[in-house]
Design a protein around this ligand. Structure first.
Ligand code: SF4
Length: 285
């Protein structure tokens, strides 16, 4: 794994009221432990948001090349956490990005969640590093409704290496989901964004590694979403060079979604996309 600069800065606040997609899904607040994500996925929508959500120009101009942790995150959480909140951690970074191994921001955040549990707490990640905190996560799941939404974007290692070279290999991610589930943590496979894949095989791997419904979303494209966050340019270039442009075509994407949904239905499960899909996480009981 590449070694990238890690900075620390004090933040004014840590929880942000959500709007748009996450609000529609049913979340009340988001929690971002840092600015900028060292997974540096080529399709990441965050650098396309520009100055929204507290990003600074250097974040979107050098996306994935460094990160800045909010060093007072736990202290802020002690002030800002409320019992009725439904938290999504994190929409703008991966809380278990590679830099977290050194920064160790999440244990203090989870301790704060233990002190003042919200109504629901959803962790969105693709980082095997989450296993480092499995005991704390088990404790958190005893005081609030905790879910881990674990990203699995394709069944092909070749595709993964092209589009998300700094993320863990697929077999490792499947193992992480199984270990989290075995520890009693509610774990969902999130097939988002859907990269080029064998849809039935991807659905099968995701269902084998988890117990609940599958969640997902195709790559965002301007043809279907004229404004707001969208797929970052490097992924467009890779799709063009490698001959996968149809994966950015909304009609083709719908066919892929249907095939995954049919695979899930054959196993008595659902594949739910968009805010409705992420709404499954916000509405857990
Ligand atoms: S892990 Fe998520 S936030 Fe980080 S670069 Fe990849 S898509 Fe963006």
């Amino acid at each position: 794994m590449q070694q990238l600069p890690i900075y620390k800065a004090r933040a004014h606040s840590i929880l942000s009221p959500v709007s748009g997609f996450l609000k529609e899904a049913g979340f009340t607040h988001s929690l971002n432990p840092s600015r900028n994500c060292t997974f540096a996925c080529t399709y990441c929508y965050v650098p396309t948001m520009r100055i929204q959500a507290g990003l600074k120009p250097e974040d979107w101009e050098q996306w994935g090349k460094f990160t800045t942790f909010k060093e007072n995150a736990a202290e802020l959480l002690d002030r800002e956490l409320r019992a009725g909140q439904i938290l999504y951690c994190s929409p703008l970074v991966d809380p278990y990005q590679p830099a977290e191994a050194e920064a160790r921001a999440m244990p203090a955040i989870l301790e704060a969640v233990l002190r003042r549990p919200p109504r629901r707490f959803v962790l969105q990640t693709r980082g095997p590093l989450i296993l480092r905190d499995i005991e704390l996560l088990c404790e958190v799941s005893r005081v609030t409704i905790l879910a881990v939404s674990f990203s699995l974007t394709t069944d092909s290692e070749r595709i993964r290496r092209w589009f998300e070279p700094w993320c863990a290999p697929i077999p490792e991610r499947l193992q992480v989901m199984k270990k989290l589930s075995a520890a009693g943590i509610r774990t969902f496979a999130t097939l988002a964004p859907l990269l080029p894949c064998d849809p039935e095989r991807l659905a099968g791997l995701a269902m084998e590694a988890t117990r609940g419904d599958l969640i997902g979303d195709p790559l965002h494209v301007r043809a279907a979403k004229p404004r707001g966050a969208t797929t970052w340019q490097p992924a467009h270039r890779i799709a063009q060079v490698r001959g996968f442009e149809q994966w950015l075509d909304p009609a083709f994407q719908s066919g892929v979604v249907d095939r995954i949904a049919q695979s899930a239905a054959r196993a008595g499960r659902r594949f739910v996309t968009g805010p409705e899909g992420f709404g499954l996480l916000a509405d857990l009981h």
